[in-house]
Design a protein around this ligand. Structure first.
Ligand code: AMP
Length: 628
C-alpha cells in the first residue's frame, strides 16, 4: 500500500482524543510541563469533536462553592446515591474540589454563562447544573488546548497504543491512520492520556431506517476510550454499569432543563402520575436504604436515575404508555417557552427540527418520552471506565498507585469517559479530570519513570500491517461479490455493526427485551461475540479509508462489548433496575455485591479475569444542611 509512514518522536505527553477530557489534559500539561512536548491526536477536528461537539445548554457539574452553594462532599453524596452506591469516592471528590475553577476559566475564555440577575451567581438549572449559551462551547475550549499543544494532529483514528519493550506494562505511545490521506501515523511518547469517547451504537438503536444515526450519545463515540485501554491490558471497572436515558422520543432531546428549570413533570398515557406507584415494589428489590422518597424529598436529592427509568419502563409494559412530559403548563409562560426551545437549539437541534416536522408544539401538546437503548460511558449518570489511581491525599491503598488518573499500565492515563467509577462529571468534570491526569503525567516524567522506553521497528511494522489488513482483504476478494455488498469471503463494517447491535440487544439487555438478561443469555452472547471477533480478525473488509475507519471503530466497539458482557455476567445481582436486569438475580444484593467490579483482558491470550474490589465510603452520610 502506498500510504506514507509519519513518525512523531520524543513526545512527552500524547493526548489521544481531544473532547473535553483531552482538551483539559493538553491545557494543564502545558502549565506543569513548560518545556515538554505535548501532542494531540484527534479522530475528527478538535474544534468540533467529542460529545460536546454540537454544543450544550448546561454545565451539569458546578459546585458554586464561591457562591456558598455546594461543597464537594455533597456532590459525592449525590453521585453515590444516584449510582446505587457504586462510585469511586476518591476520584469523585478530587474532581469536585477542582471543577469550579475549570468553569471559571471557560467563562474567561468567552463561554457565555447565564447569570441570575438577582444574586449575580450563575443561573442555576438545578442544584448542580448551570445554564450556558453553549453552541460554541467546544470551539472555545479547543482554542485553549490548541494554544497549549506543540502539535495537533486532526483526522487521526488512533487504533492501538504502543508498548515499551524494555519494561513490561509500560506505555510508549500510539499508532493510527489519517482518515483523509490514509497515512500511517506513529506517535512515540513517554506518557499517553486517553481522552477518547465512550460507546454509542453498540446496542441496536431505537432509531432505524430514516432515523438511523440519531442516537443519544455522539454517534462517533466508538468506545475507543475502552478499546484502546483494554487492548493495552489496562484493568477496567464497572463496565456493566451501562446507562439508559429517558429522552424526548426519536430526537433524544435531553430532559434535564425541562425537569429542573421548567419544572415540567411526567404522566402516563392516561394523564396519571405513575412513578410513585412503582416505588413500594421497587423498594423490595433494592432496599429502603436506596429508595426512600421521603428522605429524597427532605435532602433535595433526586430519586436515582435508574429507578426513575424503572417506573417508566414498567408503566409502559403495563400498557399505560406513552409517557409524556407535561410541557403545556410551563409553555404558557413565554419566557419558559423560549428557554424550552433554546435548550434544544443550542445542543440538540434535531429535536426542535423533529417537532417542527411532525407537528408537535409543546405549548399545545405534551410530547412523548421514551427510554433509550443502553450506552457505555462514564461521565453522565454512569461510571464505566478504567481502574485508575486516585490522588495521594484522599485514596486508600487499594485505590492509589502513585499517579492520579493513571491506569494499571504505567504511563497510561485516562480522562472523561476513560476513567471508571466517576459518574456525574459531565463536560466540566471531564475537562477537570484531564487537567488532573496531565499534572500527574508530567510528574511521572519528572520522577524519571519514563526513562529508557524502547519501541522496536518490528512493533511499528506489525501494527501497520494489522491496520491496513481490511483494505487488503477487500482488494483480494472484491471480485467474489455475489450481489450488492454480499461476499462469501468477508463482512463489511456495517454488516459487522448490525450483528453486534443485534446480539448486544438480545443477549445483554437492550430495548427489545426490556433491558432483561440472565446468565444463559449472556453466555450465548459471549459465544456469538467471539465468533464476530474472529470474523473481524479474519475477514473484515474495507473498500476505502472511510470504511477502514468504520472497521476500527467496530473493533473498539466489539472490545467494549466483550467487557460489558463479562462484567454483567460477573455481577450476580440487579444493582441498577431501569438500566438492566439480571433475571436470575432480580434483587440488589449488598451482602455479596457491595463491591466494585474489576476486569483485565490478557492482551496475549484474550482471556478475561474478573475480581471484586473494595468499595470505600470516604464521605460520611450526613444529610446536606443547606441543600439548594
Ligand atoms: P439530561 O438533560 O437528562 O442529560 O440531564 C441533565 C442534568 O439533569 C443531569 O445532571 C441529570 O442528572 C439531571 N436530571 C435530569 N433529569 C432529572 C430529574 N428528573 N431529577 C433530577 N435531576 C435530573
Amino acid at each position: 500500500m502506498s500510504y506514507q509512514t509519519i513518525v512523531e518522536d520524543n513526545i512527552d505527553v500524547l493526548v489521544v482524543g481531544a473532547g473535553l477530557g483531552g482538551t483539559g489534559a493538553a491545557f494543564e500539561a502545558r502549565y506543569w510541563g513548560k518545556d515538554k512536548k505535548i501532542v494531540i491526536a484527534e479522530k475528527a477536528n478538535i474544534d468540533r469533536s467529542g460529545a460536546v461537539a454540537q454544543g450544550l445548554y448546561a454545565i451539569n457539574c458546578y459546585m458554586g462553592t464561591r457562591f456558598g452553594e455546594n461543597n464537594p462532599e455533597d456532590h459525592v453524596r449525590y453521585a453515590r446515591i444516584d449510582l446505587m452506591g457504586m462510585v469511586r469516592e476518591d476520584l469523585l471528590f478530587d474532581m469536585a474540589r477542582h471543577v469550579d475553577s475549570a468553569v471559571h476559566q471557560f467563562e474567561e475564555w468567552g463561554l457565555p454563562l447565564m447569570r441570575n440577575p438577582k444574586t449575580g451567581a450563575y443561573q442555576r438549572e438545578g442544584r448542580w447544573q448551570i445554564m450556558i449559551h453553549g453552541e460554541s462551547y467546544k470551539p472555545i475550549v479547543a482554542e485553549a488546548a490548541k494554544k497549549s499543544a506543540d502539535k495537533v494532529f486532526n483526522r487521526i483514528c488512533v487504533t492501538h497504543l504502543l508498548m515499551d519493550e524494555s519494561k513490561p506494562n509500560r506505555v510508549a505511545g500510539a499508532v493510527g491512520f489519517n482518515v483523509r490521506t490514509g497515512n500511517y501515523h506513529v506517535f512515540k511518547s513517554k506518557t499517553v492520556i486517553v481522552g477518547a469517547g465512550g460507546a454509542s451504537n453498540i446496542y441496536k438503536p431505537r432509531s432505524v431506517g430514516e432515523g438511523a444515526g440519531r442516537v443519544w450519545y455522539a454517534p462517533w463515540s466508538s468506545g475507543s476510550a475502552y478499546g484502546l485501554l483494554i487492548g493495552a491490558g489496562a484493568k477496567m471497572t464497572q463496565m456493566e454499569n451501562k446507562i439508559v436515558l429517558a429522552r424526548f422520543k426519536d430526537g433524544y432531546g435531553p430532559v434535564g432543563a425541562y425537569f429542573l428549570h421548567l419544572k415540567t413533570y411526567t404522566q402516563n398515557g392516561y394523564g396519571e402520575e405513575y412513578e410513585s406507584k412503582w416505588f413500594p415494589d421497587l423498594q423490595k428489590m433494592v432496599g429502603k436504604e436506596y429508595l426512600d422518597p421521603e428522605v429524597s424529598h427532605r435532602t433535595h436529592r433526586p430519586i436515582p436515575t435508574c429507578l426513575r427509568n424503572h417506573a417508566f419502563i414498567n408503566e409502559v409494559n403495563a400498557g399505560r404508555g406513552p409517557i409524556r412530559m407535561v410541557t403545556m403548563e410551563a409553555f404558557q409562560d413565554p419566557h419558559l417557552e423560549e428557554i424550552g426551545w433554546h435548550n434544544f437549539l443550542g445542543m440538540t437541534v434535531g429535536q426542535a427540527v423533529l417537532w417542527a416536522a411532525t407537528d408537535v408544539d409543546p405549548k399545545y401538546e405534551n410530547p412523548e418520552l421514551t427510554t433509550s437503548e443502553p450506552y457505555v460511558m462514564g461521565s453522565h449518570a454512569t461510571g464505566c471506565g478504567a481502574w485508575c489511581s486516585g490522588p495521594e491525599d484522599v485514596s486508600p491503598p487499594e485505590y492509589y498507585w502513585g499517579y492520579n488518573r493513571m491506569t494499571t499500565v504505567e504511563g497510561l492515563f485516562g480522562a472523561g469517559d476513560a476513567v471508571g467509577g466517576t459518574p456525574h462529571a459531565f463536560s466540566s468534570g471531564s475537562f477537570t479530570e484531564g487537567r488532573l491526569a496531565a499534572k500527574a503525567a508530567c510528574k511521572f516524567i519528572d520522577d524519571g519513570k519514563a526513562e529508557g522506553i524502547v519501541v522496536s521497528q518490528a512493533q511499528i511494522d506489525k501494527r501497520r500491517q494489522e491496520i491496513y489488513k481490511p483494505m487488503e482483504t477487500y482488494r483480494v476478494y472484491r471480485n467474489a461479490i455475489t450481489a450488492g455488498t454480499v461476499n462469501p469471503h468477508y463482512i463489511n463494517p456495517r454488516q459487522g455493526l448490525d450483528r453486534l447491535q443485534k446480539l448486544m440487544d438480545e443477549y445483554c439487555g437492550g430495548v427489545t427485551v426490556s433491558y432483561m438478561t440472565n446468565d444463559k443469555l449472556l453466555n450465548i452472547g459471549l459465544k456469538k461475540l467471539k465468533i464476530l471477533e474472529e470474523d473481524w480478525e479474519n475477514g473484515i473488509a474495507a473498500e476505502d479509508i472511510h470504511e477502514l475507519l468504520r472497521a476500527w471503530e467496530l473493533k473498539h466497539r466489539i472490545m467494549t462489548s466483550e467487557a460489558v458482557i463479562q462484567h454483567t455476567l460477573f455481577r450476580e445481582e440487579t444493582r441498577w433496575p431501569g438500566y438492566y436486569y439480571r433475571g436470575d438475580f432480580m434483587k440488589l444484593d449488598d451482602e455479596n455485591w457491595h463491591v466494585l467490579t474489576v476486569s483485565r483482558r490478557d492482551p496475549e491470550t484474550g482471556e478475561y479475569t474478573m475480581e471484586k474490589a473494595p468499595l470505600y465510603h470516604l464521605i460520611d452520610d450526613e444529610e446536606d444542611k443547606d441543600a439548594a
